[in-house]
Design a binder for this molecule. Sequence first.
Ligand SMILES: *Cc1c(COP(=O)(O)O)cnc(C)c1O
Length: 335
Amino acid sequence: MAVVKAFAYGHGAVAVSKELAVLGADYLAVAFIDEGVEIRKSGNSLPILIFNPNPEEFDAIVKYNLEPTIYNIDFLTHFTAYLTKNGLKNYPIHIKLDTGMHRSGFMKNDIEKLKKTLINTDTVLVKSIFSHLAASEDLSEKQFTLAQLKQFKQQAKSINNVLVNKPLLHVLNSAGIINYPEAQFDMVRLGISLYGSSSLEIVQKELHAVGTLKAIITQIRTIKKGETVSYNRKFKAQKKTIIATIPIGYADGINRHLGNSNGLVLINGSLASIIGTVCMDSLMIDVTEIQAAIGDEVVFFGKNHTAQEVAKSIGTITYEILANVSKRVKRIYIK
Ligand SMILES: *Cc1c(COP(=O)(O)O)cnc(C)c1O
């Protein structure tokens, strides 16, 4: 299962999903119904699992043949009632079990009720039973994770007993696939590593970033010692300084914390500092020591200046750096 939520981690869900279909992915997964609708409307015919469907949107689920995660009894009861009203049978659903993440899914005490509801309806077909690990990347939490897996196996088996078909079982995300290979069951849910990133260093070495975020220099100027750059004059030149302006800002997903010399960009093979406050549509970098000209390419993250490094410089995770690149940024796909 290829996870393409959040605009395919910023890379563009429609284009990425189209390529994934060509590459042989069995399933797509997104967080919200709207995300699934967009992919379906593009003509993609892969099954699409919705992690967090909103119970107000049953019409869209059915119209676009999306497969909802059922995460509590309420949702299930309302959905089966909706299906009955519309004369639908065997609608594909996925049962989410909360084995310790405590974000969503059936808790231990709900399982009997879930089974009873499932026995008494032919409106739904349980395509899969799944859970999510709270700490798949953190081996110091191995005991907790193993307990999650054990609980998952028991509960899945007990639900299985009341079903006519045999659903797929799945629990692992990117880090889990590496750290708990024995728990791959019938499917795994590959997200961040699909885009070339891993929180595990040994794995990171084997992966290539599939996306590069870049812009070009539009202006270059020299300022004197004591002059300042950008809003509220946060950067004060200690000496004669050459600065370049790049037309990309926080509205494009450049985190404002990268400003004031916290973040770096790659230009002509050298790293340059982002100076002063990041503006909505532009930012300035210090190119005093760097060969730079108008039109030169500036890389915010990519192959030789990774999103992991950017994330680290401002104390966040690669997921956030990738997912925050806004829709205003043009995506260009190169095969
Ligand atoms: C986002 C998500 C994934 C993918 O996680 P990665 O760490 O990006 O591989 C898998 N399962 C669920 C339920 C998710 O929400």
